[in-house]
Design a protein around this ligand. Structure first.
Ligand code: UFG
Length: 347
Protein backbone atom coordinates (compact mmCIF):
# COMPACT_ATOMS: atom_id res chain seq x y z
CA UNK A 1 0.00 0.00 0.00
CA UNK A 2 2.59 2.52 1.11
CA UNK A 3 6.03 3.28 -0.34
CA UNK A 4 4.20 4.30 -3.47
CA UNK A 5 5.62 7.27 -5.30
CA UNK A 6 3.21 10.18 -5.66
CA UNK A 7 3.89 13.19 -7.89
CA UNK A 8 2.59 16.40 -6.37
CA UNK A 9 2.52 19.26 -8.87
CA UNK A 10 2.46 22.63 -7.14
CA UNK A 11 3.80 20.86 -4.06
CA UNK A 12 5.59 23.92 -2.67
CA UNK A 13 2.36 25.93 -2.77
CA UNK A 14 -0.13 26.47 0.02
CA UNK A 15 -2.40 23.41 -0.21
CA UNK A 16 0.30 21.37 -1.97
CA UNK A 17 2.84 21.68 0.84
CA UNK A 18 0.31 20.65 3.49
CA UNK A 19 -0.67 17.67 1.36
CA UNK A 20 2.98 16.64 0.93
CA UNK A 21 3.34 16.61 4.73
CA UNK A 22 0.31 14.35 5.12
CA UNK A 23 1.50 12.02 2.34
CA UNK A 24 4.94 11.65 3.93
CA UNK A 25 3.37 11.07 7.34
CA UNK A 26 1.26 8.31 5.81
CA UNK A 27 4.37 6.60 4.43
CA UNK A 28 4.20 7.70 0.81
CA UNK A 29 7.22 8.73 -1.20
CA UNK A 30 6.75 12.12 -2.77
CA UNK A 31 8.28 13.98 -5.66
CA UNK A 32 7.30 17.60 -6.13
CA UNK A 33 7.21 19.49 -9.40
CA UNK A 34 6.82 23.25 -9.09
CA UNK A 35 8.05 26.18 -11.14
CA UNK A 36 8.18 28.38 -8.00
CA UNK A 37 6.11 31.07 -9.75
CA UNK A 38 4.12 31.63 -6.56
CA UNK A 39 6.12 29.78 -3.90
CA UNK A 40 9.63 29.35 -2.60
CA UNK A 41 12.03 26.44 -2.44
CA UNK A 42 12.56 26.93 1.29
CA UNK A 43 9.03 25.55 1.84
CA UNK A 44 10.94 22.26 1.57
CA UNK A 45 12.79 23.21 4.77
CA UNK A 46 9.45 23.54 6.56
CA UNK A 47 8.26 20.18 5.22
CA UNK A 48 11.53 18.57 6.32
CA UNK A 49 11.32 20.12 9.81
CA UNK A 50 7.80 18.74 10.27
CA UNK A 51 8.27 15.27 8.79
CA UNK A 52 12.01 14.59 9.00
CA UNK A 53 11.96 13.91 5.26
CA UNK A 54 12.97 16.24 2.47
CA UNK A 55 10.88 15.33 -0.55
CA UNK A 56 12.47 15.13 -3.98
CA UNK A 57 11.94 18.35 -5.90
CA UNK A 58 12.14 19.22 -9.56
CA UNK A 59 11.80 22.83 -10.64
CA UNK A 60 10.20 23.22 -14.06
CA UNK A 61 7.06 24.41 -15.78
CA UNK A 62 4.45 21.84 -16.78
CA UNK A 63 3.84 23.81 -19.97
CA UNK A 64 7.35 22.70 -21.00
CA UNK A 65 6.73 19.28 -22.55
CA UNK A 66 10.44 18.55 -23.04
CA UNK A 67 11.12 19.08 -19.33
CA UNK A 68 8.06 17.02 -18.38
CA UNK A 69 9.13 14.16 -20.64
CA UNK A 70 12.66 14.20 -19.20
CA UNK A 71 11.27 14.23 -15.68
CA UNK A 72 8.89 11.29 -16.24
CA UNK A 73 11.64 9.29 -17.89
CA UNK A 74 13.78 9.78 -14.79
CA UNK A 75 10.93 9.16 -12.33
CA UNK A 76 9.44 6.11 -14.00
CA UNK A 77 7.65 4.60 -11.00
CA UNK A 78 5.09 7.32 -10.27
CA UNK A 79 1.87 5.63 -9.15
CA UNK A 80 -0.44 8.66 -8.95
CA UNK A 81 -0.50 12.41 -9.39
CA UNK A 82 -2.03 15.16 -7.29
CA UNK A 83 -2.29 18.15 -9.58
CA UNK A 84 -2.31 21.49 -7.75
CA UNK A 85 -0.05 23.53 -10.00
CA UNK A 86 -2.06 26.44 -11.40
CA UNK A 87 -2.38 30.19 -11.22
CA UNK A 88 -5.07 31.12 -8.71
CA UNK A 89 -5.50 34.85 -8.38
CA UNK A 90 -9.03 35.86 -9.31
CA UNK A 91 -8.11 39.54 -9.79
CA UNK A 92 -5.03 38.86 -11.92
CA UNK A 93 -7.03 36.47 -14.09
CA UNK A 94 -9.44 39.27 -14.97
CA UNK A 95 -6.52 41.51 -15.99
CA UNK A 96 -4.57 38.77 -17.80
CA UNK A 97 -7.04 36.07 -18.90
CA UNK A 98 -4.79 34.51 -21.54
CA UNK A 99 -2.04 33.96 -19.00
CA UNK A 100 -4.54 31.89 -16.98
CA UNK A 101 -5.98 29.92 -19.89
CA UNK A 102 -2.50 29.27 -21.25
CA UNK A 103 -0.96 28.12 -18.00
CA UNK A 104 -3.80 26.28 -16.28
CA UNK A 105 -5.16 24.46 -19.33
CA UNK A 106 -1.96 23.70 -21.24
CA UNK A 107 -0.24 22.29 -18.15
CA UNK A 108 -3.25 20.07 -17.46
CA UNK A 109 -3.37 18.77 -21.05
CA UNK A 110 0.36 18.11 -21.01
CA UNK A 111 -0.01 16.15 -17.80
CA UNK A 112 -2.92 14.05 -19.10
CA UNK A 113 -1.03 13.31 -22.31
CA UNK A 114 2.01 12.28 -20.28
CA UNK A 115 -0.08 10.10 -17.94
CA UNK A 116 -1.29 8.15 -20.94
CA UNK A 117 2.15 7.78 -22.44
CA UNK A 118 3.84 6.82 -19.16
CA UNK A 119 1.01 4.61 -17.88
CA UNK A 120 0.25 6.60 -14.74
CA UNK A 121 -3.28 5.54 -13.88
CA UNK A 122 -4.58 7.94 -11.23
CA UNK A 123 -4.90 11.67 -10.67
CA UNK A 124 -6.47 13.86 -8.01
CA UNK A 125 -7.40 17.23 -9.45
CA UNK A 126 -7.57 20.43 -7.47
CA UNK A 127 -10.87 22.12 -8.30
CA UNK A 128 -12.98 24.76 -6.60
CA UNK A 129 -16.48 25.60 -5.47
CA UNK A 130 -16.12 28.56 -7.82
CA UNK A 131 -17.66 26.24 -10.47
CA UNK A 132 -21.05 26.62 -8.73
CA UNK A 133 -21.13 30.42 -9.03
CA UNK A 134 -23.91 31.92 -6.87
CA UNK A 135 -25.78 28.73 -5.98
CA UNK A 136 -29.58 28.48 -6.16
CA UNK A 137 -29.76 26.20 -3.14
CA UNK A 138 -27.75 25.87 0.04
CA UNK A 139 -25.92 23.81 1.09
CA UNK A 140 -24.38 22.96 -2.27
CA UNK A 141 -24.27 19.33 -3.35
CA UNK A 142 -22.16 17.94 -6.19
CA UNK A 143 -25.25 17.78 -8.38
CA UNK A 144 -25.82 21.55 -8.21
CA UNK A 145 -25.53 23.08 -11.68
CA UNK A 146 -22.14 24.35 -12.82
CA UNK A 147 -22.60 28.01 -13.68
CA UNK A 148 -20.87 30.59 -15.78
CA UNK A 149 -17.66 31.48 -13.99
CA UNK A 150 -17.27 34.95 -12.52
CA UNK A 151 -13.58 35.12 -13.52
CA UNK A 152 -11.19 33.59 -16.06
CA UNK A 153 -9.55 31.79 -13.13
CA UNK A 154 -12.87 30.19 -12.21
CA UNK A 155 -13.44 29.37 -15.85
CA UNK A 156 -10.13 27.50 -16.04
CA UNK A 157 -11.35 25.26 -13.21
CA UNK A 158 -14.65 24.60 -14.99
CA UNK A 159 -12.95 23.92 -18.34
CA UNK A 160 -10.30 21.77 -16.66
CA UNK A 161 -13.00 19.57 -15.18
CA UNK A 162 -14.59 19.23 -18.63
CA UNK A 163 -11.26 18.39 -20.26
CA UNK A 164 -10.61 15.70 -17.66
CA UNK A 165 -14.10 14.26 -17.93
CA UNK A 166 -13.91 14.03 -21.73
CA UNK A 167 -10.44 12.51 -21.54
CA UNK A 168 -11.52 9.91 -18.98
CA UNK A 169 -14.47 8.94 -21.21
CA UNK A 170 -12.17 8.45 -24.19
CA UNK A 171 -10.08 5.69 -22.63
CA UNK A 172 -10.21 3.14 -19.85
CA UNK A 173 -6.85 3.25 -18.11
CA UNK A 174 -6.82 6.59 -16.33
CA UNK A 175 -9.03 7.62 -13.41
CA UNK A 176 -9.52 10.96 -11.73
CA UNK A 177 -11.06 12.41 -8.63
CA UNK A 178 -11.80 16.14 -8.79
CA UNK A 179 -11.99 17.81 -5.39
CA UNK A 180 -13.99 21.02 -5.24
CA UNK A 181 -12.58 23.01 -2.36
CA UNK A 182 -14.58 25.60 -0.52
CA UNK A 183 -12.41 28.16 1.35
CA UNK A 184 -9.18 26.64 2.72
CA UNK A 185 -7.62 28.61 5.59
CA UNK A 186 -5.07 28.13 8.34
CA UNK A 187 -1.68 26.52 8.44
CA UNK A 188 0.09 23.46 9.78
CA UNK A 189 -0.31 23.37 13.61
CA UNK A 190 3.49 23.60 13.98
CA UNK A 191 3.34 27.00 12.25
CA UNK A 192 6.26 25.93 10.04
CA UNK A 193 4.39 26.07 6.72
CA UNK A 194 1.39 28.14 5.68
CA UNK A 195 -0.01 30.52 3.12
CA UNK A 196 2.21 33.36 2.05
CA UNK A 197 0.69 35.39 -0.75
CA UNK A 198 3.11 37.48 -2.77
CA UNK A 199 2.20 41.16 -2.45
CA UNK A 200 -1.13 42.33 -1.09
CA UNK A 201 -3.33 39.36 -0.16
CA UNK A 202 -6.61 38.86 -2.05
CA UNK A 203 -7.99 36.35 0.42
CA UNK A 204 -9.56 37.20 3.72
CA UNK A 205 -7.54 35.26 6.29
CA UNK A 206 -4.04 36.28 5.12
CA UNK A 207 -5.34 39.87 5.12
CA UNK A 208 -6.62 39.43 8.68
CA UNK A 209 -3.32 38.01 9.97
CA UNK A 210 -1.21 40.60 8.13
CA UNK A 211 -3.36 43.39 9.56
CA UNK A 212 -3.17 41.89 13.05
CA UNK A 213 0.64 41.76 12.88
CA UNK A 214 0.87 45.29 11.49
CA UNK A 215 2.06 44.61 7.93
CA UNK A 216 -1.26 45.99 6.61
CA UNK A 217 -2.86 49.07 8.13
CA UNK A 218 -6.48 48.14 7.77
CA UNK A 219 -8.62 45.29 6.55
CA UNK A 220 -11.44 46.24 4.24
CA UNK A 221 -14.65 44.29 4.77
CA UNK A 222 -16.19 44.15 1.31
CA UNK A 223 -19.84 45.00 1.89
CA UNK A 224 -22.25 44.70 4.83
CA UNK A 225 -25.43 44.98 2.79
CA UNK A 226 -25.75 41.34 1.77
CA UNK A 227 -28.83 39.33 2.60
CA UNK A 228 -27.14 37.55 5.54
CA UNK A 229 -27.65 37.83 9.32
CA UNK A 230 -24.90 40.46 9.82
CA UNK A 231 -24.87 41.74 6.24
CA UNK A 232 -21.40 40.40 5.36
CA UNK A 233 -20.80 37.58 2.87
CA UNK A 234 -20.72 33.95 3.96
CA UNK A 235 -18.24 31.21 3.01
CA UNK A 236 -17.41 27.69 4.14
CA UNK A 237 -13.92 27.96 5.66
CA UNK A 238 -12.07 24.70 6.18
CA UNK A 239 -8.72 23.99 7.78
CA UNK A 240 -6.03 23.34 5.17
CA UNK A 241 -4.81 20.27 7.09
CA UNK A 242 -8.29 18.74 6.89
CA UNK A 243 -8.27 19.54 3.20
CA UNK A 244 -4.81 18.01 2.75
CA UNK A 245 -6.02 14.81 4.44
CA UNK A 246 -8.87 14.53 1.95
CA UNK A 247 -6.28 14.17 -0.82
CA UNK A 248 -4.71 11.17 0.91
CA UNK A 249 -8.13 9.56 1.26
CA UNK A 250 -8.83 10.22 -2.43
CA UNK A 251 -5.47 8.74 -3.45
CA UNK A 252 -6.13 5.64 -1.36
CA UNK A 253 -9.59 5.25 -2.88
CA UNK A 254 -7.97 5.15 -6.31
CA UNK A 255 -5.04 2.92 -5.33
CA UNK A 256 -7.47 0.46 -3.73
CA UNK A 257 -9.63 0.48 -6.87
CA UNK A 258 -12.66 1.68 -4.90
CA UNK A 259 -13.84 4.36 -7.31
CA UNK A 260 -17.45 3.98 -8.39
CA UNK A 261 -16.77 5.87 -11.61
CA UNK A 262 -13.56 6.59 -13.47
CA UNK A 263 -14.28 10.32 -12.95
CA UNK A 264 -15.62 11.39 -9.58
CA UNK A 265 -16.28 14.77 -7.99
CA UNK A 266 -16.43 15.62 -4.30
CA UNK A 267 -17.22 18.81 -2.41
CA UNK A 268 -14.79 19.52 0.40
CA UNK A 269 -16.11 21.85 3.06
CA UNK A 270 -17.30 21.80 6.65
CA UNK A 271 -20.98 22.17 5.83
CA UNK A 272 -21.15 25.44 7.80
CA UNK A 273 -20.98 29.00 6.62
CA UNK A 274 -19.36 31.91 8.45
CA UNK A 275 -19.60 35.59 7.69
CA UNK A 276 -16.63 37.93 7.28
CA UNK A 277 -17.43 39.56 10.64
CA UNK A 278 -17.59 36.14 12.30
CA UNK A 279 -14.10 35.42 10.97
CA UNK A 280 -12.78 38.67 12.41
CA UNK A 281 -14.54 38.18 15.75
CA UNK A 282 -13.38 34.57 16.10
CA UNK A 283 -9.82 35.57 15.19
CA UNK A 284 -9.85 38.28 17.87
CA UNK A 285 -11.29 35.90 20.43
CA UNK A 286 -8.81 33.04 19.91
CA UNK A 287 -5.70 35.19 19.52
CA UNK A 288 -6.54 38.13 21.81
CA UNK A 289 -5.34 40.44 19.02
CA UNK A 290 -7.54 43.21 17.61
CA UNK A 291 -7.98 43.59 13.87
CA UNK A 292 -8.34 47.11 12.52
CA UNK A 293 -11.07 46.97 9.90
CA UNK A 294 -13.44 49.20 7.99
CA UNK A 295 -16.60 48.38 6.08
CA UNK A 296 -16.30 49.32 2.40
CA UNK A 297 -18.31 48.63 -0.72
CA UNK A 298 -18.80 45.17 -2.18
CA UNK A 299 -15.98 43.59 -4.19
CA UNK A 300 -17.10 43.06 -7.79
CA UNK A 301 -17.64 39.40 -8.65
CA UNK A 302 -18.15 38.27 -5.03
CA UNK A 303 -21.07 36.02 -4.33
CA UNK A 304 -23.32 36.49 -1.31
CA UNK A 305 -23.22 33.14 0.38
CA UNK A 306 -22.03 29.62 -0.25
CA UNK A 307 -21.37 26.59 1.86
CA UNK A 308 -20.94 22.91 1.09
CA UNK A 309 -23.02 19.87 1.60
CA UNK A 310 -20.10 17.49 2.31
CA UNK A 311 -22.35 14.44 2.83
CA UNK A 312 -21.06 12.65 -0.26
CA UNK A 313 -17.41 13.05 0.81
CA UNK A 314 -18.34 12.06 4.38
CA UNK A 315 -20.06 8.91 3.18
CA UNK A 316 -17.98 7.81 0.21
CA UNK A 317 -14.52 8.94 1.27
CA UNK A 318 -15.07 8.60 5.00
CA UNK A 319 -13.64 12.12 5.22
CA UNK A 320 -14.90 14.87 7.46
CA UNK A 321 -13.46 18.27 8.34
CA UNK A 322 -12.34 17.94 11.99
CA UNK A 323 -10.93 21.30 13.03
CA UNK A 324 -12.89 24.21 14.44
CA UNK A 325 -12.80 27.66 12.92
CA UNK A 326 -10.90 28.87 16.00
CA UNK A 327 -8.21 26.20 15.56
CA UNK A 328 -7.82 27.09 11.90
CA UNK A 329 -7.50 30.81 12.63
CA UNK A 330 -5.07 30.21 15.48
CA UNK A 331 -2.84 28.15 13.20
CA UNK A 332 -2.92 30.93 10.58
CA UNK A 333 -1.80 33.35 13.30
CA UNK A 334 0.99 31.04 14.48
CA UNK A 335 2.27 30.80 10.90
CA UNK A 336 2.08 34.57 10.35
CA UNK A 337 4.18 35.13 13.46
CA UNK A 338 6.68 32.46 12.47
CA UNK A 339 6.97 33.87 8.95
CA UNK A 340 7.61 37.43 10.15
CA UNK A 341 10.15 36.29 12.74
CA UNK A 342 12.13 33.70 10.83
CA UNK A 343 11.49 33.94 7.11
CA UNK A 344 10.72 37.52 6.14
CA UNK A 345 14.16 38.99 6.78
CA UNK A 346 15.73 36.40 4.49
CA UNK A 347 13.67 37.67 1.53
N1 UFG B 1 -13.00 39.68 1.94
C1 UFG B 1 -13.01 40.90 2.58
N2 UFG B 1 -11.84 41.60 2.62
C2 UFG B 1 -10.68 41.14 2.06
C3 UFG B 1 -10.69 39.89 1.42
C4 UFG B 1 -11.88 39.19 1.37
O1 UFG B 1 -14.03 41.34 3.09
O2 UFG B 1 -9.67 41.84 2.12
C5 UFG B 1 -14.25 38.92 1.90
C6 UFG B 1 -14.72 38.64 0.49
O3 UFG B 1 -15.48 39.70 0.01
C7 UFG B 1 -15.51 37.35 0.70
C8 UFG B 1 -14.77 36.64 1.84
O4 UFG B 1 -14.03 37.66 2.49
O5 UFG B 1 -16.80 37.64 1.11
C9 UFG B 1 -13.84 35.56 1.38
O6 UFG B 1 -13.00 36.12 0.37
P1 UFG B 1 -11.72 35.33 -0.18
O7 UFG B 1 -11.08 36.19 -1.21
O8 UFG B 1 -10.88 34.85 0.95
O9 UFG B 1 -12.36 34.03 -0.82
P2 UFG B 1 -13.40 33.92 -2.03
O10 UFG B 1 -14.55 33.14 -1.49
O11 UFG B 1 -13.69 35.20 -2.68
O12 UFG B 1 -12.51 33.11 -3.06
C10 UFG B 1 -12.24 31.78 -2.84
C11 UFG B 1 -10.90 31.41 -3.49
C12 UFG B 1 -10.98 31.52 -4.96
C13 UFG B 1 -12.19 30.82 -5.50
C14 UFG B 1 -13.44 31.28 -4.78
C15 UFG B 1 -14.64 30.48 -5.18
O13 UFG B 1 -9.87 32.24 -3.02
O14 UFG B 1 -9.83 30.91 -5.48
O15 UFG B 1 -13.28 31.07 -3.39
O16 UFG B 1 -15.79 30.98 -4.60
F1 UFG B 1 -12.36 31.08 -6.80
Amino acid sequence: MKNKLILVTGGTGYIGSHTVVELIEQGYEVVIVDNLSNSEERVLDGIEKITGVRPAFSCFDLCDTTALEKFLTAYNSIRAIIHFAAYKSVGESVREPLKYYQNNLVSLMNLLTAMKKHHIPDMVFSSSCTVYGEPDRLPVTESAPVKKAASPYGNTKRISEEIIEDFIKSQTKIHTIALRYFNPIGAHPTGLIGEHPIGEPENLVPYVTQTAIGVRKQLKVFGNDYNTPDGTAIRDYLHVVDLARAHIVAIERMLDGKQKNAYEVFNLGTGHGNSVLEIINTFEKVTGVKVNYVITKRRPGDIEKIWADPTYANKELGWRAQSTLGEALLSAWKWEQYYRKHLEKKN
